[in-house]
Design a protein around this ligand. Structure first.
Ligand code: SAH
Length: 355
């Protein structure tokens, strides 16, 4: 039975489901989900991410995390974690760039948080020499200093959507009409988690809420606050979510979110304020939100790109120049993508970020 047929029969039996349940089925269903069944990256896939655009991205993230590790007194051993590592490209570039940092590789225990069996296999090939271990979630990470990176991970986490209605909210849910999936609205009800949004929204506004963030970011932050470490979170989104940002991508084009369940990537803008708030409550400091362009410039992307370009010729050289532009230019990924750092209150933020 197709994933669409399964979702339709579940809705007929139990009633409409939240967008978060729908996203979760579409992305992570163990046999028919989007990430469970394919490697979605690159030209031939549905989308391209920063580490797949240029090796410089993972290199600079690596140097920032390694400097944070040095600044905190080189704790050993420590967990070097990546959330949603995709093909493992970022971690491979990070490890290559940090080879010369004394003691870093010897102390690092690489932990990959990944639910897709297909991508776990790709990661195992890419990262074999580094002997990674895999985890379904951050809860099972060992209790030791934690240096972590997440690129385009949070945008894949399921979100719920609510439409403001007077002092209450109506949830957008996925229902069934004849043989089709359709969007509908619940009756208005109070939503305690959105209490703080009554001040900056008005009737009809849509607000998104990611139910996984409290436990996920709470666990990460407790480790970092208690044991030392840092997390770099890079994703598209902004300080506060407003409006419907849920999108479906297929073959680099936007498509209907209900049209092809399990065959299109679904993602939503990241609400960085929600991450920062949970981190603070768990005793972690967080940086100011930086644009990806500024973050990479502060880490020296221009000098690094110039060095690589001067050693290359022809097409390879053009590719390096184009990648630099794509990652940093405000009209490309430079402004849409943001970086947030989490770190202990007693430490400085990782290089590239401001307190
Ligand atoms: N960071 C990579 C891949 C981004 S795509 C890059 O920049 O190229 C999102 C990644 O997160 C994929 O590896 C996907 O399988 C994984 N993922 C999505 N939802 C997840 C979840 N709830 N738990 C663990 N991994 C998840």
């Amino acid at each position: 039975m197709s994933l669409e047929a399964q979702i339709l029969s579940r809705i007929r039996a139990d009633g409409p489901i939240s967008l978060a349940s729908y996203m979760s089925e579409c992305l992570l269903h163990p046999t028919l989900g989007y990430y469970a069944t394919r490697d979605p990256f690159g030209q031939a896939g549905d989308f391209t991410t920063a580490p797949e655009i240029s090796q410089i991205f993972g290199e600079l993230i690596g140097l920032s995390l390694a400097q944070a590790w040095l600044d905190q007194g080189c704790p050993a051993p420590f967990t070097l974690a990546e959330l949603g590592p995709g093909r493992g490209t970022l971690m491979a570039d990070l490890m290559r760039a940090t080879r010369a940092v004394p003691g870093f590789h010897a102390a690092a225990r690489i932990a990959l948080i990944e639910q897709s069996p297909v991508l776990r296999k790709v990661q195992a090939e890419t990262l074999r020499p580094h002997e990674p271990t895999w985890h379904d979630s951050v809860q099972s990470l060992p209790n030791r200093p934690l240096f972590a990176v997440a690129n385009e991970f949070f945008d894949a986490l399921p979100i719920r959507q609510f439409v403001r209605s007077g002092p209450h909210w109506r949830e957008r849910r996925v229902g069934a009409q004849e043989n089709r999936l359709v969007l509908g609205l619940t009756d208005p009800a109070p939503v305690p988690a959105l209490e703080h949004r009554l001040a900056d929204t008005s009737d009809g506004d849509i607000v998104e809420y990611c139910p996984a963030i409290p436990t996920l970011v709470g666990t990460l932050s407790q480790r970092i606050a208690g044991q030392g470490g840092a997390a770099l979170i890079v994703d598209y989104g902004d300080w506060r979510s407003l409006g419907d940002t849920l999108q479906a991508l297929r073959a680099h084009r936007s498509t209907d979110i209900l049209g092809t369940p399990g065959d299109a990537d679904l993602s939503a803008h990241v609400d960085f304020e929600a991450i920062a708030t949970v981190a603070r409550e768990a005793g972690c400091a967080h940086s100011r939100l930086s644009t990806q362009g500024v973050f990479l410039e502060r880490l020296g992307i221009t000098a690094r790109a110039q060095r690589l370009a001067s050693a290359a010729t022809g097409k390879a050289r053009e590719t390096i120049i184009a990648a630099h532009r794509r990652l940093t230019h405000p009209a490309e990924m430079g402004n849409l993508f943001k970086t947030l750092g989490l770190y202990p209150e007693t430490a400085a933020p990782p290089p590239g970020l401001e307190p």
